[in-house]
Design a protein around this ligand. Sequence first.
Ligand code: HEC
Length: 124
Amino acid sequence: MKTGILRGGALFAVTFVLAACGQREVSYKADVQPILKQYCLECHVEGGDGYTKSGLLMTSHESLMKGTKFGSIIKPGDSLSSVLIMLVEGRADPSIKMPHGKASMPQDKIEVLKQWVVQGARNN
Ligand code: HEC
């Protein structure tokens, strides 16, 4: 009985790891940063409208993880409840959909951000 449960757990773990590995590892520096630069940085830099209003600075991994004046916008491992993803997917109030007042980001770029968050939002 006990071994059965253990084996089930191990099998589940292996399946989980394999499923996770099916996705390429996303790099903050090579993949995420260029996307933020293209779609977000013009407003979320010092002096920018987004930074002034929300306190969110996106110039470094550290400032991105710090979030807005209300707190963090990224929950590593959980793209569903990460505010960053909610906003680019338009799951929050339309008035704060990002990029602010512009067309949505392309779906493939959103997927990259999501994968990065799911994989732990590391500074890799
Ligand atoms: C054209 C300017 C502009 C661009 C581009 C932009 N933002 Fe913003 N952002 C703003 C402004 C202005 C606010 C403050 C909105 C408010 O509070 O009414 C804001 C607020 C935010 C907030 C905090 C929302 C809250 O109130 O909790 C997040 C998170 C955010 N932006 C993420 C992003 C991301 C991610 C991108 C890139 C995909 C992006 N922004 C691109 C202007 C911009």
